[in-house]
Design a protein around this ligand. Sequence first.
Ligand SMILES: C[S@@+](CC[C@H](N)C(=O)[O-])C[C@H]1O[C@@H](n2cnc3c(N)ncnc32)[C@H](O)[C@@H]1O
Length: 249
Amino acid sequence: MPDGMRFLLEEIAGLELLGIYKVERDVVGIARKIDSSKTKMEQNLNMSLKELIKNNQNESFKSTYFGVPAIKSPADFWIYHEIIFEVKPDVIIEIGTKHGGGTLAYSHLLNNLGNNGRVIGLEIDSNIVDKTVRVQPNITIIDGDACSNFEKVKKLIKDTDKVLIIEDSSHTYENTLNVLNIFSGLVTKGSYFIVEDSNCWHGLDHGPSPGPYEAIETFMKDNNKFEIDSSKERFIITWNPKGYLKRIK
Ligand SMILES: C[S@@+](CC[C@H](N)C(=O)[O-])C[C@H]1O[C@@H](n2cnc3c(N)ncnc32)[C@H](O)[C@@H]1O
């Protein structure tokens, strides 16, 4: 190690011992000294948007809703709450529930709307769904592949129900497109089909390729029933670029 570098590291270690500096790894893994008198945000004001997106994606895997893991971007979740208040759906279909933190959040939001709204969660391996989620009176979990269970879902919906769908399952191009084609007819006019994780290779450098983003583009080609509502991407950072599809006809 060059002498200059050793001196610098010793200096940082010394200052760290005195409580003046901490050494931390930033989101791209580069060690640097941190001024502990500053907040985390102040320390990262020069971070690029790409680094911030990566950081937020990693942190979302640690998120919970009422104690149940919920893999959600907080900014998108706020948008969902605004959409749910605006649309006032009778039914929210969540495709891919995993532990069910998101499912539980939609159930609570519908309870607060006071319209007896319910959530239908589809999960290929429903053993993973948390007990807190299963016992909610307004949540129905359907086990198995989402597209194969379409008829079961349809039977749970009345003609008069306002329906909103959130797709968050395998994120492969084929499955996302199938889900869009098979389930989109259930979405009522004025409501939304939200496709999650279209940020794969469109913000993030990983995930299926082609993935949800490309499936949305294929679905939207020659489609006059839905439009991409980019106003819902107003926080700029979103896991769902082009993924807020509003039914207009
Ligand atoms: C990203 S996680 C869902 C996260 C959850 N929506 C949340 O907010 O925390 C994706 C889930 O989709 C499920 N899944 C994958 N392919 C599926 C399919 N074809 N049908 C139903 N569920 C599927 C997986 O088992 C996994 O639990």
